[in-house]
Design a protein around this ligand. Structure first.
Ligand SMILES: [Zn+2]
Ligand SMILES: [Zn+2]
Length: 329
């Protein structure tokens, strides 16, 4: 539980007892088995995102089983294995929801940010925003699919990359290590730029055709690139790597300021776009594709009470793949 946003080096998460939440109408109570650790959790905990609820339990890559159903909740059987992701709920009525862009909803609620999340034994969520988890993934393997996986998938879609194309990844953490598996499955060549040698090695192991430092020049111009790292200074370098008409997707919810750059880096119809949240359809489509491929996540697991340690490791680039908290079996 987070009381006050603080640098993670000061271990701000407290291991505390709270009342078990009760599912309201249309909600389910999920007994948490595992919860992935996301860069966004770090942004919430360190206060880079403005607080929406305090105190708050972070975590939005939750895998568990249905423990109890609120009134009218009939979609899942008791004991069914499910996932809870970042998008807790939308209003369903704003212009964005009505246009099929619920990821841009005017009145969204987010798991582990505006409502309590999955660094806990129990979590409640509206059943309509809960995903069935495909068989073939262990709880810990499935957890990083729910944000790293889904957001990476949406980033791939927004990049417009096609089979035979060349795609750059800037930063090679949890999202990129899943997205590369989808990209390879689509017949896309991936060029990975990342500062940590372990992450470069993981990229090569997962089929990148090239891996180098963040500001090293890839051996060829790219059709598109995705910036996963929250570092604005990467944007001009990534633009420089693009072909004419290339698309640069910024995959994070937070980024340090982007330095100014010459217009000629953007001219020739290059495009920069961000990714905000995801629709439920992105999540459903991704989980289906992930099961088909099948995606294999690399996870390093920590017991729940070591959440601070997991987040410190994430901040220090010390997690190849994804960090996951083990909650219960
Ligand atoms: Zn809405
Ligand atoms: Zn996330």
């Amino acid at each position: 539980m987070l009381q006050t946003p603080t640098a993670i080096e000061r271990n701000p998460l407290e291991y505390a007892d709270t009342a078990t939440p009760q599912p309201k109408s249309g909600q389910v109570l999920v007994r948490v088995h595992a919860c992935g650790v996301c860069r966004t959790d770090l942004h919430v905990i360190e206060g880079e995102l403005p607080a929406r609820k305090s105190p708050v339990i972070p975590g939005h890559q939750v895998v568990g089983v249905i423990e109890k159903r609120g009134e009218g909740a009939i979609r899942f059987a008791i004991g069914a294995r499910v996932g809870v992701a970042w998008l807790h709920q939308t209003d369903g009525t704003c212009e964005y929801c009505r246009a099929g862009a619920e990821n841009l909803c005017d009145h969204p609620k987010f798991t582990g940010y505006s409502v309590d999340g999955g660094y806990a034994e129990f979590i409640v969520a509206p059943e309509d925003f809960v995903y069935p988890i495909p068989e073939g993934f262990s709880d810990e393997q499935a957890a990083p699919l729910l944000c790293a996986g889904i957001i990476g998938f949406r980033s791939l879609r927004l990049s417009g990359i096609k089979a035979g194309g060349s795609l750059g990844f800037y930063g090679f953490g949890a999202a990129a290590h899943v997205a590369i598996q989808v990209a390879r499955h689509w017949g896309v060549d991936v060029y990975a730029s990342t500062r940590d040698a372990r992450h470069q090695n993981l990229a090569l192991e997962l089929g990148a055709v090239w891996a180098g430092g963040t500001f090293d020049e890839a051996p060829k111009k790219l059709d598109a690139a995705i910036v996963f790292a929250p570092a604005g200074e990467i944007v001009p370098a990534a633009l420089k790597a693009l072909k004419k008409g290339g698309v640069l997707v910024l995959g994070g919810i937070h980024m340090s300021p982007i330095p100014s750059f010459n217009y000629d880096l953007l001219y020739q119809e290059r495009v920069i776009r961000s990714v905000a949240n995801n629709t439920r359809k992105d999540g459903e489509d991704f989980l289906r594709v992930a099961a088909e491929i099948p995606v294999r996540t690399r996870v390093q697991s920590f017991p729940l009470h070591e959440a601070n340690r997991a987040l410190n490791a994430l901040k220090n680039d010390a997690i190849p793949g994804a960090a996951v908290l083990r909650v219960s079996e």
